[in-house]
Design a protein around this ligand. Sequence first.
Ligand SMILES: Cc1cc2nc3c(=O)[nH]c(=O)nc-3n(C[C@H](O)[C@H](O)[C@H](O)COP(=O)(O)OP(=O)(O)OC[C@H]3O[C@@H](n4cnc5c(N)ncnc54)[C@H](O)[C@@H]3O)c2cc1C
Length: 415
Amino acid sequence: MAEWNADAVREEVRAWLEEHWDPELSLIEWRNMLAESGWATPTWPVQWFGRGMPVALADAVTEEFRRIGAVGLPGGVGASLAAATILEHGSDDLKRRHLRPIITGEDTWCQLFSEPGSGSDLAGLTTRADRDGDAWVINGQKVWNTSAHHARWGMLLARTDWDVPKHGGITYFVIDMQQPGVVVRPLRQMNGYASFNEVFLTDARVPADHVIGDVNQGWKVALATLAHERRLARIGGRTPRGAGRALDEYRAELEEVMEPYVWYPQRAGRPDLVVDRALATGRHSDPVVRQEIAKLLALVRASEWTAQRAKAAQKLGRPPGPEGSIAKLCTSHIARASAHVHTLLAGGDAMLTGNDGPEDGLIAEILISVPAQSIAGGTDEIQRNIISERVLGMPRGPAVDVGKPFRDVPKNLAT
Ligand SMILES: Cc1cc2nc3c(=O)[nH]c(=O)nc-3n(C[C@H](O)[C@H](O)[C@H](O)COP(=O)(O)OP(=O)(O)OC[C@H]3O[C@@H](n4cnc5c(N)ncnc54)[C@H](O)[C@@H]3O)c2cc1C
């Protein structure tokens, strides 16, 4: 393996972009060139549209794309979750079919994991897949599925063996969302957006070769997807400035693909607004408010340092440590602390939505979006369980289903 050097990588990607980036290309022409070059996904293997680069150098490539204003990968969970999972566990056939349209943005994806009866206890899922010739027939219901309303493909977990303990009978499928057996119904959230859906699966069909990993080994694959999800800092898509066909088409793509994520900055609490809001409202001179702001900013800074420690350990080739486990929990703490400070600054006005409210209703949107931060991608309580059991080595909590065939485990849905 070649020795990698950040300066040399920067120089190489800059030279390539200066020679090839042309905003007058169509978006698909440009993304096809990117796929061939390996620069859209430099950490992927060379034979699969990448350059085999270490993760630590990916930022250098992204910065060069930003510097020149070139379009990169599409946003959404296609590249960040689906492709990452297929690369780790998928067959070469699945890689051939799905990786390129993810890079070009021709295919969008959604994650069909949670069910009405199983969210935190994901391995207790009861959507079933039964073999019928060279296909699987899927029946069940999923819920909270972000972007399912415009996804072409779904990452689906379904039960294929009911006679083994719960983790051992799950299979991971790639399901075509645009078939008659798949019905997607949007759900409206309390902040007014409709990013999630319920997905009803009735005799939907999945070809037998659309399994990621092995049949009944889907739990291991699901853990890989969840690990990528918990590491996600942001889900993509800065709006680029400038003129040109590729940029216009990219802005249109962002508007559609990123629409479910427009409120995500608010769900993180917007601590970035706090100091300016304190000055603008004159509340910065209140000692109690100042103390809460200081606590919040200290938490933000400590969390940034923890992220830097994790990055430094990764650069040294060390396995993921406790920093990674507490990172997600920190984001929830920061979101809540920030919502608290925004409330102190705005007082009763924080309850006003729309143009009547402070910052044109943004503060109210923060307050009603923040609870999602401690639920998405695994709740705070589940993160604490993971930290206590896997990082601190404390005994596991009691469970009624260990070692039992899933068929005999009490559940809240008919099976
Ligand atoms: C913004 C957002 C986006 C999402 N996107 C998707 C998506 O695209 N695809 C998808 O499949 N899902 C998605 N989800 C769903 C998410 O994964 C689940 O909401 C989450 O796993 C929690 O499951 P649940 O809602 O069923 O809550 P439950 O599991 O019913 O939990 C209810 C409460 O009980 C607590 N609890 C449960 N078990 C334990 C335990 N063992 N110990 C202590 N406390 C416990 C929980 O912490 C929580 O407070 C999304 C959720 C959000 C908020």
